[in-house]
Design a protein around this ligand. Structure first.
Ligand code: ADP
Ligand code: GLC
Length: 484
């Protein structure tokens, strides 16, 4: 199999910058592809948080037309840890040296169109500087959705224009809406805006541009791929996606070098499916750290989540009265909507068996995965979801709503517990069922833990599927270029 040149453009990537699961995917999939022999180059912005990671400054000056003139930036290079996959940081301190990735406590940054235009177009300009000819440009979500538009317009007649583009939708709800008066920022013309897919309701919709122009569009689980092609789950794009006819779901994997209870440096004691003793130490350590009574017998429910409606935190909040009436402990780690942060902090102070930690805390996220008995994800929708896979790997049985990737990755009463209806009643009932299994059916509960821990969830399978998708995209791109 000839190796492929893959340009992977992304707005966040572990270990350099992370707000959610996209970063986990970006840190792992390129490495899995590189492992299979491909030349994979990851491009992301040099945010302030990335600066603690050493990178070699290249001599090149990156010239990117943004708005009315060229913007000059620097480029530095490193690799993904433990991998040959190269990482390029596009540097422009005015745009990226800030206290947040997409925004800060005042909301999204007002110049995000310029910031992600710089990334999208900068990634293509970088290929020219490096003499790198990608066979496929793989982009993720709205921040890099201008890339397929550029390949079909401004770069169409350049050698780069031969590259196929694959747009992976990690979350259809975030679309990149901008006032049309900002169109000049992108360097694209009104014809592209009006007839080329960027215009939606008299406004720029960057994701839509990507969905129209990408050679192939995919998403991160088979069930979400089906859901987004229905009016209920399509966020206004179901018709467009059905008309494309090529949207399939490839399940994410998990990075076994980071999420592995045998190797995890953040947890109190290692453990595995062959020897679970360390898990009890992890539970005791978590209880101690969170100021909960150190009781091995009480079921401990964990949650690590962006505190937003997508994650069902409203129905979780409604069900807390009923859940906390049980002999149970609950630990929540997350940040997001203020009402939820306030509520969880208040409860944390007033309820002896509920604790919340508000903010991003990577070590604690590992400690919760390892130390809890059950892990809650009552999502309204979930493109894939990684935490339910991490928790299975750590023998912490997930309680999930049967949607999107949660439905695809949890086997009911085999490796976790599922409920269907989006309601606090259905959620609390499912929690009660899981608690009953924990207390009254310990042998079955333990068998479930072992089955969950042994389930194969690595990236290799997904990497092979992406490889096939890339080849399909290349064939399709060649066909398009010959046709027109
Ligand atoms: P999403 O990307 O929609 O937020 P995923 O389940 O795919 O959901 O991935 C979430 C990732 O972000 C996981 O790696 C999870 O551990 C991490 N995460 C979420 N909230 C926090 C937090 N407050 N602190 C540390 N890690 C977090
Ligand atoms: C998004 C989705 C999440 C998915 C992640 C990585 O953030 O909300 O479900 O796991 O992307 O694909």
């Amino acid at each position: 199999m000839p190796r492929l040149n893959v340009l992977f453009v992304v707005s966040e990537c572990v270990p350099f910058a992370k707000t959610g699961g996209l970063a986990d995917v970006a840190g792992a999939l390129p490495a899995a592809l590189a492992e299979r022999g491909h030349d994979v180059r990851v491009v992301l912005p040099r945010y302030r948080v990335t600066k603690k990671h050493p990178a070699r400054m290249l001599d090149h000056v990156l010239t990117v037309p943004v708005s009315f003139g060229p913007v000059f930036g620097g480029v530095s290079e490193t690799t993904l840890p433990g991998s040959r996959a190269k990482v390029y940081f596009l540097e422009h301190d005015n745009l990226f040296d800030r206290g947040g990735i997409y925004g800060d406590s005042n909301g999204d940054f007002g110049d995000n169109l310029a910031r992600y235009t710089f990334l999208s177009r900068g990634a293509l300009e970088l290929c020219k500087l490096l003499n790198f000819e990608p066979d496929v440009v793989h982009v993720q979500d709205w921040p890099t959705s201008l890339v397929p538009v550029y390949l079909n317009t401004l770069y169409r007649h350049e050698p780069l224009g031969r590259a196929a583009s694959v747009l992976t939708v990690h979350n259809l709800a975030y679309q990149g809406w901008f006032n049309k008066s900002e169109l000049h920022v992108t360097g694209l013309g009104w014809d592209t805006y009006l007839k080329g897919g960027l215009e939606r309701r008299d406004t720029i919709n960057v994701l839509q541009g990507g969905l129209v122009h990408a050679t192939i569009v995919n998403t991160v689980s088979p069930t979400y791929a089906t859901e987004i092609q229905t009016p209920g789950g399509g966020e206004g794009f179901d018709g467009l996606l059905r008309a494309r006819g090529d949207v399939l779901g490839i399940l994410n994997g998990i990075d076994d070098t980071i999420w592995n209870p045998e190797l995890d440096k953040h947890i109190a004691a290692p453990f595995s499916a062959h020897d679970l003793t360390g898990k009890a130490a992890c539970k005791a350590a978590l209880q101690r750290e969170m100021g909960l009574p150190e009781r091995p017998d009480v079921p401990l429910i964990g949650m690590v989540s962006r505190l937003v409606t997508q994650k069902g935190i409203d129905i979780f909040a409604e069900s807390l009265g009923r859940i906390l009436a049980e002999d149970v402990q609950v630990v929540v780690l997350g940040s997001g909507e203020k009402w939820a942060e306030d509520l969880f902090l208040r409860l944390s102070h007033s309820t002896p068996h509920f604790r919340a930690w508000i903010g991003m805390n990577e070590p604690l996220s590992h400690k919760i995965e390892a130390g809890a008995d059950l892990f809650l994800m009552p999502s309204r929708y979930e493109p894939c979801g990684l935490n339910q896979m991490y928790s299975q790997r750590y023998g912490t049985l997930p309680i999930v709503r049967a949607v999107g990737g949660l439905d695809d990755t949890v086997d009911n009463f085999v490796t976790g517990f599922k409920f269907e209806e989006l309601s606090s009643a259905a959620l609390s009932q499912c929690v009660e069922w899981a608690l009953h299994a924990y207390r009254d059916e310990p042998a079955h509960f333990r068998a479930m833990m072992l089955r969950a821990m042994k389930k194969p969830m690595g990236w290799n399978h997904a990497a092979r599927q992406y490889e096939a998708l890339f080849r399909l995209a290349m064939a399709k791109r060649r066909g398009h270029l010959t046709d027109g």
